[in-house]
Design a protein around this ligand. Sequence first.
Ligand SMILES: C[S@@+](CC[C@H](N)C(=O)[O-])C[C@H]1O[C@@H](n2cnc3c(N)ncnc32)[C@H](O)[C@@H]1O
Length: 219
Amino acid sequence: MVMEEKNQRKQWDSTYTNTDDFFGSEPSGLGYRAVEIFRKNGCKKVLELGCGQGRDTWLFAKEGFKVTALDYSESGICQMREKAKDLCLDPNVDCVVQDVRAGIPLPDASVDAVYSHMLFTMDLWEKEISYILEECRRVLKPGGLNLYSVRNDHDPHFGKGPNKGEDMWQNPMGFVVHFFSEEKIRRLADGYEIVHIQEFDDPSPPFTKKLYEVLLRKY
Ligand SMILES: C[S@@+](CC[C@H](N)C(=O)[O-])C[C@H]1O[C@@H](n2cnc3c(N)ncnc32)[C@H](O)[C@@H]1O
């Protein structure tokens, strides 16, 4: 499994090196909804986990949020940093290259919101996701928000390809994807109030995905 994990990281690195804007050049629909939700709740400091090439990071920075953006892909982070510089948004963005399984390098109660679009849906075991959600809770201020998305069990790729343990299957591109039922989301929400769980389609490249949008609030 250790080898698999290294391969996944390498795969993201080479994908981002070889493809500009792998998920498209526009911010995601979830990113726009996050801006509305965070603004309505008075959030200013946002931690984004699994930011990739930064399509939503630039949106948050452009909209005036202070963003700490973390990903384990060095090439994704480098591209994001360059683009932020080109757009003169770099004062609003801090970049961290780190495997989130090693924890979040921020102090307790230091951010208003955590955002992750399709990070938990990667090759992470349920106990690792539980630890990361606990880390998110630690760095959130009381009442802080955790907005995340995951591929769900109605997605056409659910159960297809080689099984990699729990509800993880490897897709034809070689990425290991973890699929979530609503019950799993509820089970993982320890220490949070569940504000909503909503299904949506994400039409961004390379194919349309069925996701749950999950909004949690730290007790
Ligand atoms: C499906 S992509 C989504 C990227 C971005 N959120 C977007 O929507 O454009 C998942 C991202 O999570 C990152 N990732 C996967 N596992 C990770 C880990 N253990 N630690 C940090 N980043 C990870 C990958 O490098 C990749 O950029």
